[in-house]
Design a protein around this ligand. Structure first.
Ligand SMILES: Cc1ncc(COP(=O)(O)O)c(C=O)c1O
Length: 485
């Protein structure tokens, strides 16, 4: 401990640290101005301050032991009950909260694997069948849990192809899963057909409604009969994940996972009895669990109520319709499939322009552009904070298309070339290696030294990319990579 290092010798003042943290945000995505079309689920500043305050009231508590903090236990139970009601579950529907969509999905795969081991005596070589558009959290969970993930191609409307899924079912299949909706294009899979398939093969069906779960019910209420059923009304649906940190507008770090009955949920619980510390039991993946996200989700749902959610959804969907009309009016562009909520993606009609050149132009105009592949397109999740600047976006988009038409060689200059390259199959292994390298750099000591302001200030001439540019590149590479298959 003799050498001066990065760990401060003496504590620094709160004021100084708050200033420094605020200044760190300088290169962050500009979500408050509505120029980012994903990631931040915002209602109003007043709502944000309120849910922050609610979270802070449970900042120190740990939900590792639900019997120690009855307050958090009550809130979790009430969130589950509200979600069950919203998703048309009967009294048998039970569930837990998790730290986000990925944990809910992980837990569902774990539970169904345990269920298959115990109830069907399938002890290895487990398989799950999903559409290719399913969120990568399934692939990640399957990888960790040693489950083989079988992906069926999607239809020309980017929906799960149920016949293609059926052809992948074997005696080792332990689960089917579909999306309501998929993240990349906001497309609702044909859940009624998937549920019928599950019943026919006596398999469980998980509906990933991490992004749709807290907005589709309001969209349906605004326009009854508009959406096919996708929730517990369908007999074959055995579980649903719905993230409270998305369109329930709670703070980051919370999700709800519901099962049709305890028959499944009981397999999620982990209990060991011979540890020196006593009996250890946990309902989810985490050990210590933050109380704040549970409290803020509860506070958000209680404060907005049905009326609040309906009002916000109406405003957002009006904005979505304006965007859809504006995009469709640009002759070189078309929407992908038939999106069911406030997620849309658009591409170039008949390849008349390079959509990634359009993306580069928009980036130049300070829009945070979510580029996707298969097909190459641009993704928009429309949030409340985007509503005031829809006209500005449509104007810039129209200019971007005109630019792409008039500058067909622009591809060689900007990031578009990179995305074009990555969209080609033979380069995928290379790209994966490059992304792995970016992560190694990000988490290596060398990278953290570079990002230490004391070090980097002396190295203005360095040719290595600045952290902000570097992270931007990483994000943009990731946003166009297999992560969003
Ligand atoms: C459909 C879907 N599933 C799962 C997830 C993963 O959720 P999280 O990022 O909270 O882990 C997302 C995230 O956007 C999603 O859209």
């Amino acid at each position: 401990m003799e050498k001066a290092g990065i760990f401060p010798e003496k504590g620094r003042t709160h004021q100084e640290l708050i200033q420094e943290m605020e200044s760190m945000k300088v290169d962050d995505a500009r979500w408050k101005e509505g120029r980012t079309w994903s990631m931040v689920y915002h209602v109003t500043d007043e709502h944000k301050d309120f849910i922050k305050d609610s979270a802070q009231r449970f900042f120190s508590e740990s939900y590792i032991n639900p019997f120690a903090f009855k307050s958090l236990q009550r809130m979790e139970k009430e969130i589950i009950a509200m979600t069950r009601e919203l998703l048309n579950g009967g009294n048998s529907v039970v569930g837990t909260m998790a730290s986000g969509g990925t944990e809910s999905i992980f837990l569902s795969l774990y539970t169904y694997r345990e269920h298959a081991c115990k109830e069907r005596k399938i002890k290895k070589d487990w398989e799950i069948v999903v559409p290719a558009s399913i969120h990568p959290a399934f692939e990640k969970a399957a990888h960790i849990l040693g489950i083989n993930i079988k992906k069926a191609p999607v239809s020309d409307q980017y929906q799960a192809d149920i016949a293609a899924m059926e052809s992948l079912i074997t005696s080792n299949t332990i689960l089917l899963a579909v999306s309501a909706p998929s993240y990349p294009h906001g497309i609702l899979d044909p859940v009624p057909e998937a549920a019928a398939l599950a019943l026919r093969h006596q398999l469980p069906l998980h509906v990933d409604s991490c992004i749709g779960g807290f907005i589709l019910p309001w969209i349906e209420a605004l326009n009854p009969g508009n959406l096919p059923q996708w929730d517990f009304r369908l007999k074959g649906v055995t579980s649903i994940s719905a993230d409270t940190h998305k369109f329930a507008y709670g703070g980051k770090g919370s999700s709800v996972l519901l099962y049709r009955d305890m028959e499944y949920l009981r397999h999620q619980f982990f209990i060991t009895t011979d540890w020196a510390g006593g009996i250890y039991a946990s309902a989810t993946f985490m050990g210590s669990r933050a109380g704040g996200p549970i409290a803020s989700a509860w506070a958000s749902m209680q404060s907005l109520g049905k009326e609040g959610y309906l009002g916000i959804t109406k405003q957002i969907m009006d904005g979505v319709n304006r965007l859809k009309e504006g995009i469709s009016a640009i002759d070189a562009l078309e929407l992908i499939g038939d999106p069911c909520m406030n997620i849309i993606a658009f591409t170039s009609k008949n390849k008349s322009v390079d959509i990634f050149v359009v993306g580069d132009y928009l980036s130049e105009k300070n829009w945070y552009v979510d580029r996707q592949q298969r097909p190459n397109c641009i993704h928009l999740t429309v949030m409340k904070q985007n509503l005031p600047i829809i006209d500005e976006y449509l104007n810039d988009l129209s200019d971007a298309v005109a630019y792409a038409k008039n500058n067909r060689k622009a591809k060689a200059k900007g990031d578009a070339a990179l995305y074009g390259l990555m969209a080609r199959l033979p380069f995928r292994g290379m790209v994966a290696n490059n992304v792995r390298q970016l992560f190694e750099d990000l988490y290596s000591n060398e990278a953290s030294n570079k990002e230490n302001p004391k070090d980097s200030s002396t190295d203005k001439s360095s040719s290595s990319p600045k952290p902000a540019r570097w992270m931007g590149l990483l994000n943009r590479i990731l946003s166009s990579l297999p992560g969003k298959r």
